[in-house]
Design a protein around this ligand. Structure first.
Ligand SMILES: NC(=O)c1ccc[n+]([C@@H]2O[C@H](COP(=O)([O-])OP(=O)(O)OC[C@H]3O[C@@H](n4cnc5c(N)ncnc54)[C@H](O)[C@@H]3O)[C@@H](O)[C@H]2O)c1
Length: 116
């Protein structure tokens, strides 16, 4: 497989399962350095372990995307572990009222993904 994402630093939210997990594993195979965030700490640790066993670089961060402190911690983890950020995969989340992203506020947190 090509390494077109070699050394790109990527945050992926909702990375413990489903599409987030698949994106984390694919990006790692392409050479990216992964910050895998999820509510499900055991799940995201398991994804990171699998990436490392395959020779990739990744860290797991327990993060609820509805919690500002957790989001800040995701970005700090990128800076502290990999010295920056190139790509954000904002995978975890439900948008109820389908507004342009620039109009979304912190109070728009009523989707089912946020209620866990
Ligand atoms: N699968 C589809 O067909 C589809 C279609 C359109 C949109 N989506 C959206 O794509 C995203 C991923 O879908 P999926 O099918 O892979 O879902 P999934 O349920 O398989 O995985 C979602 C992951 O997000 C995590 N998560 C949930 N709430 C979270 C929160 N508040 N903070 C951090 N992590 C959280 C869960 O623990 C889980 O690991 C979701 O936002 C979903 O609504 C999916």
């Amino acid at each position: 497989m090509s390494e077109r994402l070699k050394n790109k630093v990527v945050i992926i939210t909702g990375a413990a399962s489903g599409m987030g997990k698949a994106i984390a594993e694919l990006f790692a195979r392409q050479g990216a350095k992964i910050i895998a965030g999820d509510l499900n700490e055991d799940g995201v640790k398991s994804v990171v372990e699998k990436i490392k066993q395959a020779g990739g670089e990744a860290i797991a961060v327990k993060a609820n995307v509805a919690n500002q402190a957790d989001i800040d911690n995701l970005f700090s983890s990128a800076e502290n572990s990999f010295h920056g950020l190139d790509i954000l995969v904002n995978n975890a989340g439900i948008m109820d009222n389908m507004e342009p992203v620039a109009n979304v506020t912190d109070s728009d947190q009523n989707g089912s993904a946020f209620s866990q």
